[in-house]
Design a protein around this ligand. Structure first.
Ligand code: SDX
Length: 428
């Protein structure tokens, strides 16, 4: 295969280097295109544009492959736990037993948040969406740790900021829920593991301990692992772009949380349950809603279906679907919307519209059914996605900084008015 692509423009020929990744992905390097030709490329939604090289996550949309630092997602979901996967994503290798112990202990030391954060939390109306609270409180961490704003932090100082954020996000997430239901906050219990501690902060009452159910803890570990990273998706690209301006990790992740909130992205898990509830309330006729999803004049979309990259099954959706069956079975829950979801999936997968467009269930299609079964309210689903995606955002921000990438600043093609003179208001 040639080392370069040839571009013929206005009678001149240009050679553009070809980049090949470790998994044989190929790219044409256009970093010198404008300087050499005066042309830029145009690619709305960056569907064909690589923003960076990365060693963190690999996914193959055609084959339904997803791996973190080379480890297949199926093995990590089955055998690992969320904190170990966070370590792998952020530091690049699986930790030894001692390294994992130390990492866990460092996180436990930072789970408390400054009491003044409760004053900010109390300022939110109880109707505030937890994602808005999460983004605001993560950004407020720059006020409690102003040194984090320094772009020239030492490696140790950056690492402390990373551990603080990993530790505090679960506390902030649980407290944003408690605020939304008007309940007193529950403080972290550091004798508990990460997932158990989160569940306790979500559901315990001052008067009684929350009964930790290993089935629920295992399901939560799996869900967080499956959401932990996904290469250059919308929210991760946001974190990298904001971070490329030398903004702090807290500010960059706060921006990522806002991007994830969009219903076309992480907000889809909430939208899926709302859609399934709508179908149930309407009589449960999945075929009627499949027809609506296909009707170009109908704004209805089959939420939780389709993906920019996966043009085959989303490997995460397969694991989550099985986990949903396992958890509901173990908890003895019969949730009618699981049945509706499976009917929708079967109907869509045999429908030419979905087949032609390669639309399959994505990570968001079944995850909400599990969150619901363990008692997490719908408006907290995207917060759960953010909790899972945090290690990925951190790893990608850290990699971008270590690669000393330039500030992100895409070009454009101007299509507005050409030069014209100002007209005084009385002559318009
Ligand atoms: C996530 O990027 C990531 O990795 C994201 C994520 C991660 O881990 O970070 O995987 C998480 O965001 C998952 C996606 C969650 N979003 C949803 O479930 C919302 C519903 N799905 C979509 O809106 C859509 O599929 C996207 C946004 C996910 C992808 O959009 P694309 O790649 O821009 O595709 P498109 O909108 O151009 O759709 C292509 C065609 C169109 O039809 P035509 O114009 O060609 O006739 O497919 C149709 C679309 O109308 N289509 C759908 C559909 N999704 C796409 N039709 C009905 N229902 C849908 N869900």
């Amino acid at each position: 295969m040639s080392d370069f692509a040839e571009l013929n423009l206005e009678g001149k020929s240009y050679k553009l280097p070809i980049i090949v990744g470790t998994e044989e992905e190929k790219a044409i390097d256009i970093s010198s295109l404008r300087a050499e030709t005066g042309y830029v490329t145009l690619d709305s939604g960056y569907k064909n544009t690589g923003a960076t090289t990365s060693a963190i996550t690999f996914l193959d949309g055609e084959k339904g492959i997803l791996s973190y630092r080379g480890y297949p997602i199926e093995q990590l979901a089955e055998k690992s736990n969320f904190i170990e996967v966070a370590y792998l994503l952020i530091y690049g290798s699986l930790p030894t037993a001692d390294e994992l112990d130390q990492f866990n202990n460092r996180i436990k030391r930072h789970t408390l948040v400054n009491e003044d954060m409760r004053k900010i939390l109390d300022g939110f109306p109880s109707a505030a969406h937890p994602m808005g609270i999460l983004s605001a409180l993560v950004s407020s961490l720059t006020a409690f740790y102003p040194e984090s704003v320094n772009p020239n932090q030492t490696t140790d100082e950056v690492d402390r900021t990373i551990v603080r954020l990993l530790a505090k996000l679960s506390t902030i997430a649980a407290w944003s829920y408690r605020n939304s239901v008007g309940h007193p906050v529950i403080y972290p219990k550091n004798r508990l593991d990460y997932c158990s501690n989160f569940l306790n902060m979500m559901f315990a009452f001052p008067t009684e301990e929350y009964q930790i159910n290993p089935v629920v803890v295992d399901a939560l570990n799996k869900l967080l692992i499956l959401h932990a990273d996904h290469e250059q998706n919308c929210s991760t690209s946001t974190v990298r772009l904001v971070g490329s301006a030398n903004a702090s990790l807290y500010s960059s992740v706060s921006a990522g949380i806002s991007a994830l909130w969009g219903p076309l992205h992480g907000g889809a898990n909430q939208a899926v349950i709302e859609m399934l509830e709508q179908i149930k309330a309407d009589g449960g006729d999945s075929k009627k809603f499949i027809a609506k999803a296909k009707d170009k004049n109908d704004p209805f979309r089959l939420m939780g279906f389709g993906h920019r990259v996966y043009k085959n099954f989303d490997p995460r959706a397969k694991i989550i679907k099985k986990t949903a069956d396992d958890v509901l079975g173990a908890l003895g829950i019969k949730d009618p919307i699981l049945g509706i979801a499976k009917e929708l999936e079967e109907a869509a997968l045999t429908d030419q519209y979905f087949i032609d467009r390669k639309l399959y269930p994505n990570v968001d299609f079944y995850s909400g059914i599990i969150y619901r079964a363990i008692g997490i309210p719908t408006n907290m689903f995207t917060v759960m996605f953010a909790l899972g995606r945090l290690p990925g955002w951190i790893a990608q921000w850290k990699e971008m900084r270590e690669q000393k990438e330039p500030i992100g600043r895409p070009r454009q093609i101007y299509v507005g008015a050409t030069e014209r003179n100002y007209v005084p208001i009385n002559e318009r």
